[in-house]
Design a protein. Structure first.
Length: 115
């Protein structure tokens, strides 16, 4: 049974930082491309960042480029999202996604950025 469990969300002031984690189990983690998506209240889910299975290739949405960093540790089956210089518009539920032969999603972690 595949599980993706996000953690690290919370309330932070604008300009602050948070680090999200997504712990994966039940899959061969090192063979999956991992991504972060987010969904703000009243909006559709949107792509945030992606990292290749080996960690050598990353891709970011323009809205977070230069502020967010995605990374992964295949030894502990975890992908991270370091979020710096947070803005109120970053407020959303952040979801972890694993893409390989199938697509898997976590349940999300809430990030709230106050102005």
């Amino acid at each position: 049974q595949v599980q993706l469990v996000e953690s690290g969300g919370g309330l932070v002031q604008a300009g602050g930082s948070l680090r999200l984690s997504c712990a994966a189990s039940g899959l061969t983690f090192s063979t999956y491309t991992m991504s972060w998506f987010r969904q703000a209240p009243g909006k559709e889910r949107e792509f945030v960042a992606r990292i290749s299975w080996g960690g050598g290739i990353t891709y970011y949405a323009d809205s977070v480029k230069g502020r967010f960093t995605i990374s992964r540790d295949n030894a502990v089956n975890t992908v991270y999202l370091q979020m710096n210089s947070l803005k109120p518009e970053d407020t959303a539920v952040y979801y972890c996604n694993a893409r390989g032969d199938l697509d898997y999603w976590g349940k999300g972690t809430l990030v709230t950025v106050s102005s």
